[in-house]
Ligand binder design. Sequence first.
Ligand code: 73E
Length: 831
Amino acid sequence: ETGPRHTPTSTLANGPVISPPHTVDAFVKAFLHELNFGQGVPLSRSSVNDQYLALARTVRSYLMARWLETARRRRTDKPAKMVGYLSAEYLLGRQLDNALLATELTDIATEAMVACGIEIDDLRQQEVEPGLGNGGLGRLAACFIDSMATLGASSIAYGIRYEYGIFQQTFVDNRQVEKPDAWLSMGGPWGVVHPEMEVPVNFGGHVETYVGEDGRERRRWTPAWGVMALRYNYMVPGYQNGVVNTLRLWRARATESFDLHIFNAGDYAEAVRAQTFAENISKVLYPEDSTPQGKELRLQQQYFFVAASIKDFIQHTMPKDFDVRDLPERIIFQLNDTHPVIGIPELMRILLDEHDLEWEEAWAITKQCFAYTCHTLLPEALEVWPVSLMERLLPRHMEIIYRINEDFVAELRETYPGDELRVRRMSIIADHPERSVRMAHLATVASVKVNGVAALHSELLKEKVLNDFSELWPERFTNVTNGVTPRRFIKLSNPEQSKLISDTIGKGWVANLDRLEELVGYADDADFREKFRAVKAHNKTRIRNVLVSRDGIALPEGHLLDVMVKRLHEYKRQSLKLLHIVTLYDRLISGEVEPSTVTPRTVVFGAKAAPGYAMAKETIFLINSVAQTVNNDPRVDGRLFVAFPPNYNVTLAEKLIPAADLSEQISLAGKEASGTGNMKFALNGALTIGTDDGANVEIRQLVGDENFFLFGMTEPEVAELQAKGYRPGEYYERDPQLRRAIDLIASGHFTKGSRDAVSSFVGDLLYNDRFLALADYAAYIEAQDKVEAAYGDQDNWSRMAILNVARTGFFSSDRSIRDYIDRIWHVKTGV
Ligand code: 73E
């Protein structure tokens, strides 16, 4: 870090940074100081927002002391290799409680607020969560930075400070309507901006050859335009270990020169417009999950944050006399999917054009500095960028990619003489349907390691998506099963269960989740089971209260709580869940079952659809329509209720997941790379109904077959059925129960008599059904019937739920990060 140039002489200025004392008095003082001199209001006239901002800044000052100390230690210690986590998304969730927990200030802050006559819960509610991610991938990045700090791994995370995060979802006439997420509009107290540490990022222009001072020919990029990357630091505290790491998010700002010539030409309005153009780069998070659209602005965002981050690391994080040849000893950049892969040619460009290295040397360095995590199996999710766009936006990078590919293809032809088909399959450049750059191939060629995110996923990655590459470089491929942070998703979100666990096995489990195994024996303890049920009941009351005040939804009491929360996507099969609900409803209204004999069930959905994803939006409309009909039909007799609270986000997840009895993980086998919601539910004492997909496989292995409701085709069975030709209509014809459900939807029963409103949904199921919902329907219904029977024996259900908690400590993101360190990063840990 660059500091002041002069050397302060006072020991006061040079000494260690002292955190305000951990006392209620000191906290009150610091809080009032922030309120009076930060917000400029007296307590008596302060708004809830003033109070929240002052509280956040007070907590931040405690974090800041630890942050400065962590940075100081890392500067003075022997230089150690760092992790540079590169991710376009961080789905952080609210910051206040996590910061209080990490710094052990929860009680002090609560008492301090009481002393000021403030209800701290009101301030908690005031925080707008930073929704800088879409779903699992962004949330994973947030869990990982929490674990890196908790393990004391030397690391820095980089991303984009989107001005608008994931859209706010509302429903109008049962259809999704998106509203902008102006998360910063009430102030962003957690980010610290450093305007003087801006980094320029350039675009466009042309490349030319010139002869350098040494007489050698070189290439020179003359960009056409550029923007400034403004640095915002967010503090990432480890759990009660004194470490605070950095999350550095970049915001785009117009350069002075950007509009100067327009100003000089006298066109003021045009100059201001140009400024808007530059600042658009960090304006909004693209709301596509799994299937990103190939939009130019998205490529601009990717290059913007990656170029700023790499430059920041080399110029500002490394010492001044640093030699770029030592980079591999000092950094490993982890690529969170292909979104930051443009960093590979960017590092090559820096080494070649700015540090005058030869190609071979630059490549040898670059190849050691990156590792790549793939998060998908869907072919349509693999990012490709048209060569024409790359050439226009990043001409020098395109040139470098061509050269990387030339060398790679030459190597392939040597290894596989005559196998041109293979060479074409593996080439970084695709020729059809359009000449484009395959980012996953570029990532694989340039990375030390390539990992999938669950055991099954990593196997399928080797066998399918990147099969040719795993044959060529088998040792490059590895698995790191995802995880979730137990701080946010157990300790904070489920205080009652946490207390029960601590009372039973002691406190250490929060940073050592394997210790949950000590609970196994308690599954047979009737007293413990009763306490465990009381926790669940408490959490159900809590979510009931949350949904009433948040959405005016009144959940019935005493129901099995069945929850499906995740992005809306055909492969995740919310449509299959819907068919199940319609079947339960049909059984009730047709008189096939006597309502009093049915296990009462409430189904809660949470899901955002990408705004341009028509089928996903149709599914949302139909879920809402079914909910409306079912909840208002007296024949249901209180046995079935469907709730779809809008705008599912991290904050709602924290309240909903701990209340769930049943976790829906029903993707078509071979499509969900891992899932992480599945882990959160199991750790919070819900049982899973799920397919043999993603991390479900590992959950089932750990908790045992008898404590998991498995159904559906396996991945090889799916492949076989698809190979022989899948015809969904046959299942409709053969299964009367399924036929009744589909016919009821098609009749317009749920859509005020309108058949048109459901025709595309029904038509797709019957004639396309890309993700084989109808083929798994019968097995799913059968498994759900077993769930109902099992729920009837509450004592045994509790036993199963406790074993789920006790045996899933493996899914702590601390374990994931340890795996990354052991298998990929080889960085040191410890405070
Ligand atoms: O299975 C999840 C996985 O648990 C997977 O779908 C998700 O990543 C999670 C974390 O590993 C994911 N998101 C994306 N690809 N896979 C994605 C792709 C493009 C844009 C945004 C997100």
